[in-house]
Design a protein around this ligand. Structure first.
Ligand code: PEP
Length: 253
């Protein structure tokens, strides 16, 4: 049985006090949710990680939104995977489309970040997805295949089996446009097939593949009902504890 996960991505939002407040609400609501079968994760800005990992305990796990590809050294302003692990984080987002777009992160760089994250016992949530042009010109399968091959498929099978993949069509992130459940399922099934061809059916079956892109309490039910969608990576809606909780509940309905 693969793990079901709902992960929030706060991006560059919520100052220290606001972060503690929203997070505490989420923890209390998750504790009260009787049927919860999924892991709940919040990927927060670096300033929050230490406090939130203590507040979240086993109830809500914590992830960072990025890490550097080197272990340590003269990289002013950067944060290493080891530092993230040292404050109790379990997850790290790698290759979010905003990192690819605004910070010119390439698949080759993301492959290095993935290796260093795994070496430090962090679980990478590796993000892939096509732009609107790539969707419209029909090249989205090629784009996704190339992101998988160049970002992840140099890992050996044992390392790959620790990865979580997040399919996030760039045109759906923060735009209010969601992939339809059919569009999302089609790509998730394709990703699983690629994993099975590269590694094995057993590894593909055990890999959690999350959907991200304007997921909200209204569309979560239908998306999560798809057989290859194992959870969500939630941006805007994870900043409001009630909306985030309603998305979590969509799993159990
Ligand atoms: C994201 O940032 O990963 C994301 C999916 O954002 P949103 O839910 O706001 O589209």
């Amino acid at each position: 049985m693969r793990k079901k996960i709902v992960a929030g991505n706060w991006k560059m939002n919520l100052d220290y006090a606001a972060g503690i407040s929203v997070f505490s609400e989420i923890v209390n609501m998750v504790k009260d949710e009787k049927n919860g079968s999924q892991d709940v994760v919040i990927c927060a800005p670096f300033i929050h990680l230490n406090s939130l990992s203590k507040l979240g305990g086993e109830t809500v796990k914590i992830g960072a939104q990025n890490c550097h590809q080197n272990e340590s050294g003269a990289f002013t302003g950067e944060i290493s995977a080891g530092m993230i692990k040292s404050v109790g984080c379990e997850y790290v987002l790698i290759g979010h489309s905003e990192r690819r777009q605004y910070f010119a992160e390439t698949d080759a760089l993301l492959a290095e970040k993935t290796v260093i994250a795994l070496k430090n016992n962090l679980i990478p949530i590796f993000c892939i997805g096509e732009t609107l042009d790539e969707r419209n010109n029909g090249s989205y399968f090629e784009v996704i295949k190339s992101q998988l091959e160049n970002g992840l498929f140099s890992l050996d099978a044992e390392s790959f089996s620790k990865i979580i993949v997040a399919y996030e069509p760039v045109w759906a992130i923060g735009t209010g446009l969601t992939a339809s459940s059919d569009q999302a399922q089609e790509v998730h099934a394709f990703i699983r097939k690629e994993i099975s061809e590269k590694y094995s059916m057993a590894i593909a079956d055990a890999t959690s593949i999350l959907y991200g892109g304007s997921c909200n309490p209204k569309n979560a039910d239908e998306l999560f009902a798809q057989k290859d969608i194992d959870g969500g990576l939630i941006g805007g809606a994870s900043l409001k504890s009630r909306d985030f909780m309603d998305i979590i509940k969509a799993f159990n309905s």
